[in-house]
Design a binder for this molecule. Structure first.
Ligand SMILES: Nc1nc2c(ncn2[C@@H]2O[C@H](COP(=O)(O)OP(=O)(O)O)[C@@H](O)[C@H]2O)c(=O)[nH]1
Ligand SMILES: [Mg+2]
Length: 267
């Protein structure tokens, strides 16, 4: 059992075929934020990522591995990781990609923002945010996905699809995770929607997102279509937040002392 007096933070690193990246990303995490523990959530990667993760965990008591028997999507992997961390008493849970796109060296700035927020999102689309080496079609998908989510769901955040985030345990406990069932990257949008609807304080911190150098992306047209279809359905069936709710959420993000526990207003 980890010593949570000194280690409240757990960084979840989901992996599917990241053998070329796992060693370096965990090494960078451990030196950038030595107090944080790491949980690698591997979906039985055929390239042997799980065995490499076990070898790292055997050498370093701050690294843990959760082996899932099947690849059932990023959302399912994260939900299982959250429940692993919450049941062990971690008070802060971080999402970070294994491929180096989310710089471990920027985690300290996200954690600093988490002192006065329930959810911190690393954002590519706020002033100071940047993307390195992404082709135009990935930029367009990211911008378009965030714009569409803002439009249909009323979300005030600029980077709704980003996956570099810090959630407090208290936030996750208030977000009714049992109803979250997106499989692919739509998971990030669904989680944000739950956070805003729970009237949590969500802030965006600029990050530099760097396209992976090794291994390959698991993004597929099917994943993009799932996100588009779900956001459309949520928007049309009133699952989004109202304009008043969006204004309240944007105001709450500005004011650290606002009452975050009151219900989200609806009009
Ligand atoms: N456990 C698990 N990890 C996944 C799955 N799909 C993607 N990942 C991981 O999620 C992170 C982001 O995926 P990536 O393919 O880089 O997506 P992209 O950055 O949008 O191109 C990486 O660490 C992947 O290994 C999955 O189904 N299960
Ligand atoms: Mg990636």
């Amino acid at each position: 059992m980890p010593d949570l007096n000194t280690t409240p933070t757990l960084v979840l690193v989901p992996t599917y075929n990241e053998a070329e990246n796992i060693g370096s990303i965990v090494g960078r995490l451990r030196s950038s934020v030595p107090d944080a523990h790491v949980l690698i959530v591997d979906d039985s990667s055929p390239d042997g990522t799980g065995a490499l993760a076990d070898a790292i965990a055997n050498r370093d008591p701050g690294v843990h591995v959760l082996h899932r028997t099947q690849k059932t999507g990023l959302g399912a992997a994260y939900l299982e990781g959250f429940s692993w961390g919450l049941s062990r008493g971690y008070t802060q849970l971080v999402q970070l990609d294994a491929d180096g796109s989310h710089l471990p060296e920027q985690l300290a700035s996200l954690l600093a923002a988490a002192d006065t927020a329930d959810v911190v999102m690393g954002s590519r689309w706020v002033p100071g945010g940047a993307i390195e080496n992404w082709p135009w079609h990935r930029r367009a998908l990211s911008r378009g996905g965030s714009f569409y989510s803002r439009l249909l769901l009323g979300l005030p955040q600029r980077d709704a699809t980003g996956g570099y985030r810090v959630y407090s345990a208290r936030a996750l406990e208030r977000m009714d995770l049992s109803s979250v069932d997106s499989l692919g990257y739509c998971f990030q949008i669904e989680m944000l929607l739950h956070a805003v609807r729970a009237n949590l304080r969500v802030v965006e911190v600029p990050i530099t997102f760097v396209e992976r150098v090794r291994g390959s992306s698991k993004m597929s047209p099917r994943i993009a279509v799932e996100a588009m279809a779900r956001v459309t359905r949520w928007g049309l069936t009133g699952m989004g937040i109202s304009r008043a709710g969006a204004r309240a959420a944007a105001a709450a993000a500005q004011e650290p002392d606002s009452d975050r526990m009151s219900p989200q207003p609806r009009v």
